[in-house]
Design a protein around this ligand. Structure first.
Ligand SMILES: *[C@@H]1O[C@H](CO)[C@@H](O)[C@H](O)[C@H]1NC(C)=O
Ligand SMILES: *[C@@H]1O[C@H](CO)[C@@H](O)[C@H](O)[C@H]1NC(C)=O
Length: 445
């Protein structure tokens, strides 16, 4: 009797826990992972001598306002209000428990005086700056070891004035790696929403070694010929939600990364639990990418409802020899693309190396990829999947894909090598490695 009762209670408890989990996971998907916080304590940049005339430097005002937030530690944190106007400033650091709020018509603009730009240490998972050896220029807006940071408002603008940096890159006069527009490192509980990011010197938004990051309702703009202006690069980070945004830049719109060759392998920090959905955009490079820096591993990436126009590559999973790392459980669905060079590309020979010390035996593993419900018009080549001879890509599964290959230009069929998986209802028909008796998928479509 007693044991039945206990069992009943246990069963009941189990049901409750299960229900909680199910309901919880529904509620807590994507942007629900970081709840928005409203802060009662509010200060304005003008309280600290900020002037929005577009000419005077506001570095001191930003530093003093943020120092005040950091040291007064008001309960519930503090909101720093940026009123309409153009606030020119040098790079600055954020602090925990703060909201940077850009009013409608507010612009935080980076100085073009690159000579005084502060340098910081390279990321351990890269071993050096991404484009130059040694340290790297600090991000325009930077945060390290922070929690509870919100960058939001009424679609004000963070303008990197990247032109001077792009020209240094073009003229090969860069001494160190260019600054990101916003980088948060070793931080958690971050929301970036309702802001316009413009003309980043390098990558736009770079959460690295972070967890619980929500980026939504953002607009990211840079010219298509601006070098390396990736939109959002979640890097060795977990629980990241990127949604409802428009991105048009000179490089990948969103690229999930996790460190570079021997440095990334040694640091061993994967990107895990990344949701990317309802993104629209345009770029000469990739729409949604994983890589090419994947040395810490990239797991559990969910991509859905993506609309791409005038693209280099629609979906691009990329890695290289020397990277090591495992890329697995990548699910992509409901993608529409028009005017693209390659619809789907999965390749093991992409990207450069930090130095000559990479281990050529550190082969990446890429498996369990599911791409479904993809439509495209004006596609030059539907797909290219090239694994590595000694590390073939496995369980690559395609279903319900219809990429209308450009007529007029020469028909370029799918190309595959060193890959296994399956394909159902894919037009034009993919390579034989994925169809017929050879095709097998561990997933149910
Ligand atoms: C910002 O923070 C970084 C890392 O904590 C530090 O190295 C740098 O000196 C700070 N820079 C400025 C301009 O405050
Ligand atoms: C800001 O931009 C977002 C995304 O484009 C849009 O959904 C939102 O309505 C805009 N908000 C304001 C206050 O203009």
């Amino acid at each position: 009797m007693r044991s039945v009762c206990v069992c009943d209670m246990l069963a009941c408890l189990l049901v409750v826990i299960l229900k909680c989990c199910l309901v919880g996971s529904e509620v807590v998907t994507c942007s629900g992972i970081v709840p928005m916080v409203y802060r009662n304590d509010k200060i304005s940049i003008t309280d600290f001598g900020g002037v929005g005339d577009g000419r005077r430097l506001n570095t001191k005002a930003f530093n003093e306002a943020i120092y005040r937030i950091q040291h007064l530690r008001r309960r519930g944190g503090t909101l720093l209000y940026i009123p309409p106007g153009v606030y020119l400033t040098e790079a600055f650091n954020l602090t925990s428990r703060m909201t940077l709020y850009l009013a409608k018509g507010a612009v935080i603009k980076a100085t073009q005086n690159t000579a005084n730009w502060p340098l910081i240490a390279p990321l351990p998972s890269y071993g050096r700056g991404r484009e130059r050896p040694g340290g790297r220029y600090m991000s325009f807006i930077h945060g390290e070891g922070l929690h509870d940071v919100i960058i939001t408002g009424e679609n004000g603008t963070i303008d990197g004035q990247g032109g001077v940096w792009w020209n240094m890159w073009r003229q090969r006069t860069l001494q160190f790696t260019r600054p990101n527009l916003v980088e948060l490192k070793d931080s958690r509980n971050i929301i970036i929403s309702n802001v316009i990011f413009k003309n980043s010197p390098f990558w736009n938004i770079h959460p690295v070694y972070c967890s619980y990051v929500v980026i939504r309702y953002v607009t990211i703009l840079a010219p298509h010929d601006s070098p390396n202006t990736d939109g959002i690069d979640p890097d060795s980070s977990s629980h990241v939600c990127i949604e409802d945004s428009y991105i048009s830049t000179g490089d990948d719109l969103v690229a999930v990364k996790s460190g570079w060759d021997e440095y990334g392998i040694a640091y061993g920090r994967p990107s895990n639990g990344i949701t990317i959905r309802r993104i629209t955009g345009s770029s000469p490079f990739a729409g949604i990418a994983v890589g090419s820096e994947t040395s810490g591993g990239v797991y559990n990436v969910l991509v859905e409802h993506i609309t791409l126009k005038n693209m280099g590559v629609g979906i691009h999973l990329k890695t290289n020899i020397g990277r090591g790392g495992v890329v697995r459980n990548i699910s992509v669905s409901d993608v529409y693309m028009v005017n693209v060079r390659k619809g789907i590309k999965i390749a093991g020979d992409v990207g450069d190396h930090p130095d000559g010390n990479y281990n050529p035996n550190a082969l990446p593993v890429l498996k369990h990829v599911r791409i479904t419900n993809v439509r495209g018009r004006k596609v030059q080549q539907a797909g290219l999947i090239q694994g590595l001879k000694n590390s073939p890509f496995t369980d690559i599964c395609l279903s319900n894909i219809n990429l209308h290959v450009t007529t007029g230009s020469k028909y370029t069929p799918w190309k595959c090598s060193d890959v296994s998986g399956g394909a159902i209802e894919v037009r034009p028909p993919p390579c034989s490695d994925l169809i017929g008796t050879k095709g097998t998928c561990s997933h149910h479509f």
